[in-house]
Each structure stands twice: as C-alpha cells, then as structure tokens.
Design a protein around this ligand. Structure first.
Ligand code: SF4
Length: 160
C-alpha cells in the first residue's frame, strides 16, 4: 500500500509533448504510420548512445506514447535503431539483422559513430559507418545524441 500511495502521489512525470519539427533534415522517406516496432542493434557502440536510448524510452521522454516500441527480434520489427561504428565482427550480423526485418523497413543511424564513424574513424577494427553496411533512412547526430533528438527521429517513423 505504501508503494501504491507513492505512485499516486508522484503522478505522471513525462515531459509535455513537444511540437513536431515540420521536416527534419534527416527525416525518413515517409512515416510507417501508427505504431512502429523497433529493434535496437549495437554495432560497436561505447554504450553512451544506449544510455540516451534508454532515457528516450524511459518515463521522462516516454517514446512509447508516440507509438514506438522496442522489440527483441528483427522479425517482429519495422525499423532498426543502430548505434556505434560498425566493427568487423558486427558487419555480417548487421547485414543479417537487416535482411530479417520484413519490408517496408527503415534504418535509423543513432549517434556520430553510426553516421560517420565518429571518434573511431580509421581504427583497425572498424568496417565502416552504418550506411556503408546497410541502407540508412535517417540519422540522429550527436555524441551521444540527446534523448529529445532520438524521440524526434522515432516520431518521424510513426508520424505521431
Ligand atoms: S556517438 Fe559517442 S556516445 Fe555514441 S557510440 Fe559513438 S562515442 Fe559512444
């Protein structure tokens, strides 16, 4: 009962819904619409981007209220959220994961490493940026990107 009273007293803590930017420069081709299931792939991240994705889907930024949901299998997904530079060991798993997502599908490269290799450009274990391995529809800049930017990219997918 004490926990229940605390939950009732705390109430809703999510940020108010910000207005959507009309046309984000890195917006995907067209929203998938409604609800979108997303598979996250860590292709070689330092985990900084994962912390921000966790925040984006946490109670404060609450990306799920826009119809996005993280799922465990690419076969259940509509889109991939890929973080990190793609390491040699992750290049083939990323290709296979992309192939496992049913069409129509979207890929969002999250963070500077995913976009252009970031601080790991030229490192010996790097196969390339995400766009060198699979087609990318949208990019979220930043090292790491802010949760608001990740939520905005997710809203471009859902159209909500
Ligand atoms: S963009 Fe920055 S936070 Fe994200 S994986 Fe690369 S180094 Fe880490």
């Amino acid at each position: 009962m004490r926990l229940w009273r605390m939950i009732r007293a705390t109430g809703r803590i999510a940020e108010p819904t910000p207005p959507r930017t009309a046309s984000a420069p890195s917006a995907p081709r067209a929203p998938l619409g409604g609800s979108v299931q997303i598979r996250h792939v860590d292709a070689g991240s330092c985990n900084g981007c994962e912390v921000e994705i966790g925040a984006a889907f946490g109670p404060v930024y609450d990306a799920e209220r826009y119809g996005a949901r993280l799922v465990a299998s690419p076969r259940h997904a509509d889109a991939l959220l890929v973080t990190g530079v793609v390491t040699r060991n992750m290049a083939e798993p990323l290709r296979r994961t992309y192939a496992a997502v049913p069409a129509p599908k979207r890929v969002v490269a999250v963070g500077d490493c995913a976009r252009n290799c970031g601080v790991f450009a030229g490192a010996y274990g790097v196969a390339g940026a995400v766009g060198d391995i699979v087609p990318v529809d949208a990019e979220v800049p930043g090292c790491p990107p802010r949760p608001e930017a990740i939520v905005e990219a997710v809203r471009e997918l859902t159209g909500r």
